[in-house]
Design a protein around this ligand. Structure first.
Ligand code: CAA
Length: 242
């Protein structure tokens, strides 16, 4: 069946495209996690034949239980794509502690929870790939996203440090920092803001298709990417050049 692969938030948006691209590429036994939308997950499973698993990445014990369940049924996770994420946009002068905490605990602590629960088996096996889906806005900052940008910037620190700690164990840890992609998350941005403040800043003049991000993940998961470690691929249409 190929490498046991978990894509968090893998039933919708960019995660959906990643799950499908890895399955279609071959060589991956893909499982897609989701947090709450049973209807979308059931539809995804029916359309793609990809197995789903429901748990909250913000809950460490739930992550541990899910990883254990996958290890018992498929084998331990060899490829982890930390994709799940949420937004609670608003300027800091209006942001509530809840808006801050839920974004940090899902987007950043969620990545820690998953990495922590897969890393020991990867180290024992001498192989692993971890791919963290961060964001352009974690690189450059964004109006209305102090919480999200802080979490996404934190993912770069996690990626690079974890890459250093495990480079000698056959494990690579890399990040992808997508720009604006045609997903529900981006569609939630008010049209006026999108037209006036965001689209004019994208040099290629359009948002990305989810498949354009998924192809980066297929590459980073592959043997061809063995020398990429602690790096960031930035599919953002030229919006930010680091
Ligand atoms: N740049 C500059 N000015 C902006 C702005 C921007 N991006 N967005 C809003 N403003 C301005 C408004 O025009 C308005 O100006 P005036 O007061 O002169 O009229 C003012 O800021 C509004 O400020 P408020 O404090 O009233 O803001 P608000 O409470 O209405 O909140 C917002 C606005 C919800 C933050 C809204 O601007 C927004 O949704 N912005 C987009 C945030 C964004 O890009 N999110 C990305 C989601 S996709 C994603 O996250 C995926 C990924 O990784 C890329």
């Amino acid at each position: 069946m190929g490498h046991v692969t978990l894509v968090t938030g893998g039933t919708r948006g960019i995660g959906r495209a990643i799950s499908i691209a890895l399955k279609e590429h071959g060589g991956y036994d893909v499982i897609a996690s989701y947090a709450g939308n049973d209807e979308a997950a059931a539809k995804f499973k029916e359309e793609t034949g990809i197995e789903t698993i429901k748990f909250d990445i913000a809950n460490f014990d739930a992550c541990a239980a899910a990883c254990k369940q996958i290890a018992e049924t498929h084998g331990s996770i060899e490829i982890l794509v930390n994709n799940a994420g949420i937004t609670r946009d608003g300027p800091l002068h209006k942001m509530t502690p809840d808006q801050w905490n839920v974004v940090i605990s899902t987007n950043l602590t969620g990545a820690f929870n998953m990495c922590r629960n897969v890393i020991e088996d990867m180290r024992a096996k001498g192989f692993g790939r971890i791919i963290n889906i961060s964001s352009l806005n974690g690189q450059k900052g964004q109006f209305g996203q102090c919480n999200y940008a802080a979490a996404k910037a934190g993912e770069f620190g996690l990626t690079r440090s974890l890459a250093l700690e495990n480079a000698s164990k056959g494990i690579t840890v890399n990040a992808v920092a997508p720009g604006y992609v045609a997903t529900e998350m981006v569609l939630a941005v008010p049209e006026e803001i999108m037209k006036k403040a965001i689209l004019p800043q994208i040099p290629v003049g359009r948002v990305a298709e989810p498949e354009e991000i998924a192809r980066c993940v297929v590459f980073l998961a592959s043997d061809h990417a063995g020398f990429f470690n602690g790096s960031t691929l930035s599919p953002n249409g030229g919006m930010y050049m680091a």
